[in-house]
Design a protein around this ligand. Structure first.
Ligand code: SF4
Length: 67
């Protein structure tokens, strides 16, 4: 694993490390990769992702945790 990946994993909440391990190993689906990106973007705040205020983001329509 690349050193930057290991550093980022160490900063990832334990509940999300499985997801990021799959992403870094290349086993994650596109949907899981998007979830990982959004979680990182908003500091692992699921409500923040649901209420994301950046419709200009290319991932906006695909972000997780929408109702
Ligand atoms: S959709 Fe929102 S939370 Fe997801 S990456 Fe884009 S700006 Fe960040």
């Amino acid at each position: 694993m690349h050193a930057r990946m290991a550093k980022r994993l160490a900063q990832t909440p334990p509940s999300q490390r499985g997801l990021f391990n799959r992403v870094y190993a290349g086993w994650a689906t596109q949907r899981q990769c998007i979830r990982a990106m959004c979680l990182e973007c908003l500091g692992f705040d699921k409500d923040g992702i649901r209420n994301c205020t950046a419709p200009e983001c290319p991932l906006y329509r695909f972000r997780p945790y929408q109702k």
